[in-house]
Design a protein around this ligand. Sequence first.
Ligand SMILES: Cc1cc2nc3c(=O)[nH]c(=O)nc-3n(C[C@H](O)[C@H](O)[C@H](O)COP(=O)(O)O)c2cc1C
Length: 359
Amino acid sequence: ARPFLNEPDTGFDEFFSSLAPGELPPLDQLVGLPDFDAAARRHMSTQNYTYYRNGAAGEWSYRNNLEVFNRYVLKPKTMVDVTNIESTLPTTILGHNFSAPFFISPCARGGYGNVDGEKGLVEGAAAGDILYMPAIYASLTIEDIATYKTDDQVTFQQVYLDGNDTATQLIFDRIQKSNSKAIVFTIDSAADGNRHRAARYGVGSADSSYTLITWDLYDHLRTMTDLPIILKGIQTVEDAQAAVEHGVPAIYLSNHGGRQIDGARSAFEVAIEIHQKAPEVFSQLEVYADGGVRYGADVVKMLALGVKAVGLGRPFMYANVYGTEGVTRAIEMLKHEVAIDAANAGIADLHKIDTSVVS
Ligand SMILES: Cc1cc2nc3c(=O)[nH]c(=O)nc-3n(C[C@H](O)[C@H](O)[C@H](O)COP(=O)(O)O)c2cc1C
């Protein structure tokens, strides 16, 4: 296997060389989202870090998620008035207002990175006014997470579901009671993920059984709740089109951070396929996407294809090692990067972005 740099070398190790083993660098000295990975790796136990970091099998999909953004370059336009770009960061996600077109992807086991579990993710999302999607296998319960929300904070609850109606109805009722505004049904994990790195440390998938996931099930689930049910883990244009036919309000392109099946394409590549073969999908329903997003420019490239909002998993899990302040700072960093990268690419308004800026 060719060598792989988990984070590009931007001087982190030299700069923080005097820190004691395990000591976290001061938050205000981190300069970008990849720094949170390096900081968390220093601080977390190898076992816990491995659960966050791992990808399926040889981790080629994990790597590709990160590397794919470098295979598509930006084509900056000049002589454009970009001075109002920051005012175009806010967007709506399923009709709810947020301050930026990115969100916190659902990730299990926040407690591995912070003794307070997902508290920092809920509070950070509120402070930064972005969407958080708590995972059903979060360390905190749906109800505990709800106690950390501000009064008007909008969250979407992720779930794994099977054909057991009684269990499903219980979960749906809890979600409704906790005032979540949508259900994010993960459909890319019909079987256990083949996770070599994680298996070494006994930290495999949170969802490991064979699970019945079909369009019939989706149609049935919709009769069991008034909440919109988003499908997470769509990976082909055909499935995106089927989602339109089944009246799905939003799809979420994802290969689960490269954690389920090695060799699966990145969401960015799937978005390109949809853009090429069925661009109408982007206006027929809302399309979200995640995987390997680490820089403002990555978000800009996703938006250029027609993606409405972009998710990040690991960066926020690593930021949560610092708790609410860390997550809040990560959000600020990414907002700033999206704005300056878009501006330098000659984009005046993020809502009017199109593929002419990407090649
Ligand atoms: C530690 C960890 C736990 C995750 N747990 C879940 C989960 O319970 N449900 C789910 O749908 N996706 C889960 N994911 C996938 C994320 O929602 C998201 O798709 C992925 O992290 C995006 O890639 P990124 O980490 O490169 O941003 C998890 C990812 C990580 C890193």
